[in-house]
Design a binder for this molecule. Structure first.
Ligand SMILES: CC(C)(COP(=O)(O)OP(=O)(O)OC[C@H]1O[C@@H](n2cnc3c(N)ncnc32)[C@H](O)[C@@H]1OP(=O)(O)O)[C@@H](O)C(=O)NCCC(=O)NCCS
Length: 149
């Protein structure tokens, strides 16, 4: 989509990021969770910005030999326009540069077809399942992994 910029997230973005988080999840992160990640040197947070407003964001953090995709969300009115893919692509580009050879892993609700399809499109493979991992509503998690190289 034209006019969208993907840039590093900063603390000034947090009010808008948190409002979007509330819209996107039944068990949203608190502002403090985002603050905590922004202060973590092993985390990468990016924002998708259109006309000075946040329309999506992503957060990953490397723990030992794995990078965990912890959060990815796009504003409902801007979905299916490639924004989620742009965010994921930027993170993968950074990881290729900063952590060559690392694996990117995530958990996703089994019922979240949109996200599963997005990840499959990037080459993520399902490697396992965590039964009853999610509440509101109760759901299993599919574990997916992508070899960054
Ligand atoms: C998952 C999410 C981030 C996708 O963002 P998006 O900007 O809509 O994704 P994209 O437009 O880049 O979609 C890329 C591909 O993913 C798949 N996809 C995305 N949304 C889909 C949907 N609703 N149904 C089926 N496939 C979908 C398609 O293959 C799509 O490619 P196409 O449009 O060319 O067919 C967004 O739906 C969202 O924020 N959901 C709520 C939060 C969430 O579930 N986050 C993931 C947690 S693990």
């Amino acid at each position: 989509m034209e006019g969208i910029i993907i840039r590093e997230m900063s603390s000034g973005d947090l009010p808008e990021v948190h409002a979007l988080e509330d819209q996107c999840y039944s068990t949203p992160w608190s502002i403090n969770s985002f603050k905590h990640e922004l202060q973590n040197k092993d985390a990468i947070l990016k924002a998708a910005v259109l006309n000075h407003h946040i329309i999506g964001y992503v957060c990953v953090r490397t723990i030992l030999d794995m990078t965990h995709l912890l959060n990815l969300a796009v504003s409902p009115e801007f979905r299916r326009k490639g924004v989620g893919s742009m965010l994921l692509l930027e993170v993968i580009k950074d990881l290729k540069r900063l952590k060559p050879g690392i694996k990117l892993t995530l958990e996703v609700r089994q019922s979240n077809t949109a996200a599963v399809k997005l990840y499959e499109g990037f080459g993520f493979k399902a490697t396992g399942k965590r039964t009853g991992y999610y509440q509101k509503p109760h759901d299993d998690a599919v574990i997916m992994e992508l070899d960054i190289n």
